[in-house]
Design a protein around this ligand. Structure first.
Ligand SMILES: [Zn+2]
Length: 177
């Protein structure tokens, strides 16, 4: 079993079919090897399973993704190059947009999970997704959570050319920022 970011690739597809099967995962916080699964979801028609886990030692919660294939999930950058999907990158962008905003870490974690899930769904056939699609997904989710963060993210991500464009974007949001 290879741990790839938060994706766990299963060598043996049968592993996913035994519900009680124990996967050894390392707690990213304290390094403990024992956790309990608190939530489990099948994504993209069974191509991946997301599990929320809680460390039995420190109670830290983390997420694992298990995929049946050995193929990594890739992101197609604007210049056409591909690089492995990196959840941390999304997390950083979202954190930056939400800096000093009244939004809990739990909401941020959920938001990033939603973006990751949506990306996995969208890219399920070719195991890849355009970076622009991830940007759009992020905008969409941020817009529902916090309008200031939305504008911050949009201004970085969409590189507004002028003030007019920026104002238009705000108006599209429904005005009240
Ligand atoms: Zn732990």
């Amino acid at each position: 079993m290879i741990f790839y970011r938060r994706f766990v690739f299963l060598r043996n597809p049968a592993e996913t079919e035994s519900p009680g099967a124990r996967k050894v995962m390392r707690c990213p916080y304290c390094g403990n090897f024992d956790d309990k699964v608190v939530d489990s979801r099948t994504l993209a028609n069974g191509a991946a399973i997301r599990r929320r886990r809680e460390c039995t030692r420190c109670s830290f919660r983390f997420t694992s993704y298990e995929r049946i294939e050995d193929k990594p999930f890739m992101v197609i950058k604007r210049d056409g190059r591909r690089q492995p999907f990196d959840r941390a990158k999304i997390e950083r962008g979202v954190q930056r947009a939400l800096e000093k905003r009244p939004v809990s870490q739990m909401s941020i974690e959920n938001l990033v999970n939603e973006i990751e899930d949506a990306a996995a769904m969208r890219g399920k056939i070719n195991h890849e997704i355009a970076a622009a699609d991830i940007g759009d997904l992020t905008l969409e989710k941020l817009g529902a959570l916090d309008k200031v963060a939305y504008i911050r993210f949009a201004s970085v991500y969409r590189h507004f050319n002028d003030l007019e464009e920026f104002v238009r974007e705000i108006q599209n949001m429904g005005g009240g920022v």
